[in-house]
Write a protein that binds this ligand. Structure first.
Ligand code: ADP
Ligand code: MG
Length: 382
């Protein structure tokens, strides 16, 4: 579509039209029997970066493979811009889907030059055209000078960019990336993440990026979709998931928590850290009060709750505290700014920041005691 423009102008132009990819009631089981995905409905909107977040084994890779056409769902439909690409009676092969996939391990061919790696998927073009398009993709990721070299001369971050260039070369409408930064050492990660985000923005492709790291999802995603045990638990902007988590699992995925259980009485739950309102629960219901580690103000002069400092760890900007609180059977953990407490202090006072307190129905006390049915429970308070 940019054929009249010069190559240099094309490098920053969009790879493709912006597309919408939707998963409609996707379920999946491997032949071995276990259910990996259950009724996942989700859409990546045109041009957005959607992060698919979840613990290991939650079904993220399987969902990407189904979208790319290298795995088939057992129920549900995949729709790209109103076109059914996989569903009852329909299965478009991967090369006809306009969906690019970057594998977790980059999957570069060691015996092919970097240029040949990038033009590998451009089989529909003549050799000259394929070389031209591959060079454009390499320029996009800033590696055109390495075209004739082989993958082993590149750093991990550069190899990741070659894999990205290979996926972008056919100008896909949607780009899927499976844990693209997990193989990089932590010093490289920040830079490569920022570069990748720039390239995705410039290409204007819709992207789904898989990660198991909540902070990475918050940094990269316009929106985040959280999976647990093959079920979609919550979808929204980072702020939504952080501030209004659907359940304790979501809250715990985004921040470390101190948890207290108790029964709702008079519209509130009593804990060793005080009484917290439970407006969404009814009296008599079992509840969990979760207090983020950031939710503590600690001082030596006075406050709501007396506590004894059990341990302190200096972490740079903040220090990590463990506190003994009357009535709490475990030590309470807190993160506070360094420099507020004198060295050697033992007896302190705690005040709780209300925004860092979340109250949920206690899932462990719901009717079904069978752990295999944790699917149902995870969405309960959504
Ligand atoms: P994630 O990418 O979130 O770690 P996966 O989609 O890889 O999760 O896996 C989801 C579940 O499916 C896991 O329980 C995993 O053990 C199982 N699984 C993955 N691949 C296969 C396979 N080829 N055969 C059978 N089970 C599989
Ligand atoms: Mg995976």
């Amino acid at each position: 579509m940019n054929s009249q423009r010069q190559a240099s102008a094309r490098v920053t132009a969009g790879v493709s039209f912006a597309a919408r990819l939707s998963f409609d009631g996707i379920s999946h089981s491997y032949p071995s029997g276990a259910e990996t995905l259950r009724e996942v409905s989700l859409a990546a909107e045109p041009g957005e970066v959607l992060c698919l977040l979840g613990p290991s084994g939650s079904g993220k890779t399987t969902l990407l493979r189904i979208a790319a056409g290298i795995e088939t769902q057992t129920a549900g439909r995949i729709v790209l811009n109103d076109r059914l690409i996989a569903g009852p009676g329909v299965f478009l092969p991967p090369e006809q889907r306009s969906i690019g996939l970057v594998f977790q391990d980059f999957a570069l061919f060691p015996h092919l030059s970097i240029l040949d790696n990038v033009r590998f998927g451009l089989t529909a073009l003549s050799a000259d055209e394929a070389r031209h398009e591959a060079m454009i993709a390499l320029e996009r990721v800033g590696l055109e000078t390495y075209a004739a070299a082989y993958p082993h001369v590149l750093s991990g971050g550069e190899q990741q960019r070659v894999a990205l260039a290979r996926a972008l070369a056919p100008r896909p409408a949607v780009l899927l990336m499976d844990e693209p930064f997990s193989g990089l050492d932590s010093r490289l990660k920040d830079t490569v993440r920022a570069e990748t985000l720039d390239i995705l923005r410039q290409s204007r492709a819709t992207a789904i990026v898989v990660t198991h790291d909540a902070e990475e999802a918050m940094r990269m995603g316009d929106r985040i979709a959280l999976l647990k045990d093959g079920r979609l638990v919550q979808v929204g902007a980072a702020e939504d998931l952080y501030q209004n988590p659907a359940d304790l699992f979501v809250a715990g995925f985004f921040s470390e928590l101190n948890e207290f259980s108790g029964k709702v009485a008079g519209g509130a739950v009593e804990t060793p850290l005080g009484r917290f309102p439970a407006p969404k629960l009814t009296d008599g219901q079992e509840a969990v009060v979760a207090v983020r580690l950031s939710g503590f103000q600690i001082n030596q002069q006075g406050g709501a709750i007396p506590a004894r400092l059990v341990s302190r760890r200096f972490l740079g900007v903040v220090e990590f505290l463990e506190l003994a609180v009357p009535g709490a059977d475990r030590h309470v953990r807190a993160r506070v700014r360094c420099g507020n407490l004198e060295p050697g202090v033992r007896d302190v006072w705690i005040d709780i920041v209300p925004a860092d307190v979340l109250v949920f129905a206690n899932p462990a006390r719901l009717i079904d005691p069978d752990p295999r049915h944790s699917f149902e429970r995870s969405g309960e308070s959504a």
